[in-house]
Design a binder for this molecule. Structure first.
Ligand code: ATP
Length: 693
């Protein structure tokens, strides 16, 4: 937007004890005019500006009214320049640097920049500062004394800049003030008749304010991602001086000449700029380092404010007039300030490219790497889980198999036990039968050998003696005498006792010689055996019985052993069953975590795909941007070609004009000689005519 440079005049307090004798400068509102002592204004010497500050005005007020807007605009992305111009000792340094009690524009601007930044929550800032001086038309770095005679360069990206100048990144105002103080030490000051501490150089304190919107996650690219870069120049010029007044000689004289020369160029530039567009064909920015560095501030892309300091003393009236004229001309200059994020297409493209690069780096670097690593880890975990699961399944299968085998084994053992049990009973039965078979019938009569005969209905019957018909009585007698009791023999011979266990089913005796619970088959057999032995005198039969007893003992022992083994097997089986159920639980857990891993893996795959898509679209943007750059470069080249053609055409025209001028001059010369010849001929003819008459 086009806007005029803001210009103010500041009158410093008088340092002369003499009171004015003829004229004085009168200040009314934003106007300063020269008046005669009695009050009459002197015509043609009245000037109006944006502000006119009188002697009593403080730096704080100057800053508030003149400079603050420029500083705030700089934070918002506009280039800004504030400089003080005026004759020597008029108060430029006082205005820019100030005093302890009343800090100047530079200090206030620095504080204000950081205060304003803190109030902006939606952007992040990067501030760089540099400090330079132009001394005898040479640029020196005030932050690094070794950086002397620095050159000025220009580029599309950075505009006009001083190459090799040290830039310090700063985070707060205090840091900047300290840097400024260190820079002040390196600055050239000198004593003159006019100022005990006269600035012998122009100084430029520069702040580069870079800002970027904080990413709020909005898709609006321009609002959050555009970078603004603004340059703020705070300039304290050396004062113009009259050598006669400053009494300068030697070094001071040389300095004074350079100062005056560069201020004269500044005046020229201001003059040209103030003449309006038509006459602004060529602005001599390149005629001095000062105007070159301030080029953007003067008629360019910047908001500029100038404070022109003047001395009120009558003795400086001419210089004051000169300063006021300078200020009036500066007032007419129009600048065109723009937020620097839309400076040029090329710059924007460049910025976009940088951002895209940055994004791509981020995408390719940390995040995708982390994701890929995580995916790999998950894959490994999954494989591990799979292997573990397979192992567990195998173990389970193995367990099942061995369980089955054990069950089979137990079943076999049970069968074996059963077989043995039946074998025992069969053995009993067969041995009884055998013994019955072997005993001769006649012997039965002699010895009344017990005869085991099957009952008619094949059922177990324990015949009782008469007395034992009572239900409470055992079928066996308490004691046996040597004489076989008829009833007992009958009982032994007729009552077929094959199943010894069934004896337990008979009601217990009232008076017992052994507890009923202790009656095992062996006991029963022993009982019977003893019974038989007592009554039997047949040795063979006794021996047979003895063998049978030993056999039975062995079988029972084996049965007990098998029973014990069976119980042990059952115990092991139970334990294994417990282990199997634990393994099953573990397997379930593994399956669950496998499932959740697969889910996470899926999510990561999706995110990875999304990032890939994002990267592709960014690459697309990059290629479009590159195309745009190529297009712009082509355009630029075409324009340059056109320009070269124009220059060539101009040269041709100039050559043509030269030729034409030469031809014209020679023709003029020949015409003049023809004219001379004619003239002499006419005069000759006239003379001849006169002679004739
Ligand atoms: N507005 C003011 N109020 C009080 N004192 C002032 C004011 N302006 C200037 N002075 C005093 O006048 C003297 C000269 O001022 P200053 O050095 O700022 O001038 P200058 O224009 O920078 O001179 P030079 O061009 O020689 O460097 C200093 O002592 C300064 O303190």
């Amino acid at each position: 937007m086009a806007e005029k440079i803001c210009v103010a005049v500041r009158v410093r307090p008088s340092i002369s004890e003499e009171s004015p004798s003829g004229t004085f400068w009168k200040i009314e509102d934003n106007r300063i005019s020269l008046h005669k002592l009695h009050g009459t204004p002197i015509s043609g010497l009245s000037y109006a500006f944006d502000h006119v500050f009188d002697e009593s005005c403080s730096n704080s007020k100057v800053y508030e009214l003149l400079t603050k807007d420029v500083i705030h605009a700089a934070v918002d992305g506009f280039n800004g320049t504030a400089f003080a111009y005026g004759q020597t000792s008029s108060g430029k340094t006082f205005t820019m640097n100030g005093s302890l009690n009343d800090p100047g524009i530079i200090h206030r601007a620095v504080n204000d920049v950081f205060q304003k930044i803190q109030m902006i929550s939606d952007r992040e800032f990067l501030i760089r500062v540099s400090y330079m001086e132009i001394y005898n038309e040479e640029i020196n770095d005030l932050f690094a004394v070794e950086n002397q005679k620095l050159p000025i360069h220009e580029s599309l990206e950075r505009g006009i800049f001083v190459a090799g100048l040290r830039e310090e990144i700063v985070n707060n105002a205090e840091q900047v003030i300290k840097l400024l103080e260190s820079g002040e030490v390196n600055r050239h000051f000198g004593e003159t008749n006019m100022n005990a501490r006269s600035s012998r150089s122009h100084t430029i304190f520069r702040m580069v304010i870079e800002s970027k919107g904080i990413d709020t996650g909005s898709s609006d690219y321009s609002s959050s991602d555009a970078i603004r870069v603004s340059v703020l120049n705070l300039v304290d010029l050396a004062g113009s001086e009259r050598i006669a007044k400053t009494g300068a000689g030697g070094v001071r004289l040389k300095e004074g000449k350079y100062i005056n020369k560069s201020l004269m160029v500044l005046g020229n530039v201001i003059n040209k700029l103030s003449n309006g567009a038509k006459q602004r064909a060529h602005i001599p920015y390149r005629d001095s380092k000062l105007t070159r560095i301030l080029q953007t501030a003067l008629g360019g892309n910047a908001k500029t404010s100038i404070i022109c300091t003047v001395a009120p003393e009558e003795v400086h009236i001419e210089e004051t007039k000169g300063t006021l004229q300078f200020a009036s001309r500066a007032k007419r200059i129009t600048n065109c300030a723009q937020v620097n994020e839309i400076l040029t297409d090329a710059a924007l493209l460049k910025r976009q490219q940088l951002e895209i690069e940055d994004l791509r780096r981020k995408l390719q670097g940390s995040r995708s790497e982390v994701l890929e690593q995580e995916i790999l880890k998950l894959r490994n975990d999954m494989l591990k889980y799979e292997l573990e699961r397979e192992k567990l399944e195998m173990e389970l299968e193995e367990e099942r198999r061995s369980h089955k085998e054990r069950e089979q084994h137990i079943r076999d053992q049970q069968l074996k036990i059963k077989n043995l049990s039946s074998l025992v009973s069969d053995g009993n039965r067969s041995s009884s039968q055998d013994s019955m078979k072997e005993s001769p019938k006649d012997e039965c009569n002699d010895f009344k050998t017990p005869c085991f005969k099957e009952t008619s209905n094949n059922a177990f019957v324990a015949k009782r003696s008469n007395y034992s018909e009572l239900p409470d009585f055992s079928p066996l007698p308490d004691s046996f005498s040597n004489v076989a009791d008829e009833d007992t023999w009958f009982k032994m011979n007729k009552g077929y006792i094959a199943d010894l266990d069934s004896l337990q089913t008979t009601p217990a005796r009232k008076v017992q010689s052994f507890p009923p619970q202790d009656i095992t088959p062996l006991h029963k057999f022993n009982l019977l055996y003893e019974l038989h032995c007592q009554d039997c005198s047949n040795d063979n039969y006794k021996l047979e019985l003895q063998n049978l007893k030993t056999q039975l003992e062995l079988v029972i022992k084996e049965k007990d052993e098998l029973q014990r083994k069976h119980e042990e097997e059952v115990q092991i089986n139970r334990r294994l069953m417990g282990e199997i159920s634990e393994l099953k639980q573990e397997l379930d857990l593994s399956n669950n975590s496998l499932e959740s891993s697969a889910q996470r893996y899926g999510n990561l795959e999706r995110e990875f795909q999304k990032l890939k898509d994002e990267r592709d679209s960014l690459l697309q943007t990059v290629s479009e941007s590159s195309k745009n750059i190529t297009f712009l470069t082509d355009q630029k080249e075409n324009i340059l070609k056109d320009l070269n053609c124009e220059v060539q055409r101009r040269k041709d025209l100039e050559a043509e004009i030269k030729q034409f001028s030469v031809a014209f001059a020679s023709r003029q010369r020949s015409l003049a000689s023809i004219h001379g010849e004619f003239k002499s001929k006419i005069e000759k003819l006239r003379a001849e005519k006169l002679v004739r008459y």
